[in-house]
Design a protein around this ligand. Sequence first.
Ligand code: SF4
Ligand code: SF4
Length: 335
Amino acid sequence: MQSIKTTIGLKMNSKEDISEYFRIEGFSSPRFLKNPEGPGTVIIAAFPVRIPVEKAPKGLRIAPFAAANHYGEAVLRMKRISGVLREKTGMSKSDIRLFCNSTLEEKRFAALSGLGFTGRNSLVITREWGSRVILAGMIIPFETETDSPLENGSKAGALCGSCRRCMAACPTGAIESSGVVNRDKCLQSLTTDSRRIPEWIMEKWGNRLYGCTICQDVCPFNKNVVSPEPDGIAGDLGMTLSFEEVLVPDDPVLKKSLKGTALGMSWITAENLKRNAMISASFCRNRIEAESLIPLVEPYTGHPVISYAAIWSLKRLRKTAGQQESPLLPPVYRQ
Ligand code: SF4
Ligand code: SF4
């Protein structure tokens, strides 16, 4: 078995030292895994998501993992760890591959390394902090001492016992069997997806702007978890945005306002956020508020892609506002 110390031949750097660097940066204790996809060692850890204790203010709800830029923050912190490792071992920048929310099979790595196990909801439930975490890590170019997985940890639901709470609580029935989440039904996936949202799913939408965490909120492994509160996370949006903040600006202006936040990621389009906001608006049950939302939604009835959501939302809003149905003439999309 080679260690970083013997391989590189420079200053000390044991597995325990590396673990300590991760903990100092606010990660869980990392786990070490022989890279299943190539040479070297995968080091993977959990970064805790900040869970708000207070009630969310009114508005468009952002799931906690996206309310602040946890992904950006985790990468920033891993870059610092990588810098220390390079300094101590002589590795070059290109020797270390960082990953977080990447195309690598991060969830598989987490289960194989024993960082956690795969829950029935398909998410990794970590030993230290449950599933309200993001996964992050790095691949280093040599082998080191590795960790063992939990028995049956990769088999979705095997360590959930008789619990089926996530399946029962999912508003769209997206968890079709252990570990099988139908992305066509999953609100988490659909909030970022450009495909047309079926009406029966729009009816289950609620006040979401981005994300869904119901299958985590009900999970007993997330109860009474005390994870450190990561401080100083960049891109803090808070728990909600207002309808005006999302629906009034032109698309480029909206994206610019979200730069540096989790909603500023390239694959989250202004168009999708606006569609989500309009579906959410239709859940308003207050006449006065509905009246004030109608002019925000109306301009999108002529939108080339998301007019279906505007028309559907407007119908419901008008009903709440006690207004007569009126023909949507002419299309008035303004961008
Ligand atoms: S994220 Fe929401 S919609 Fe998706 S499986 Fe979980 S509870 Fe269901
Ligand atoms: S809610 Fe229950 S079944 Fe679902 S992941 Fe958590 S422990 Fe497993």
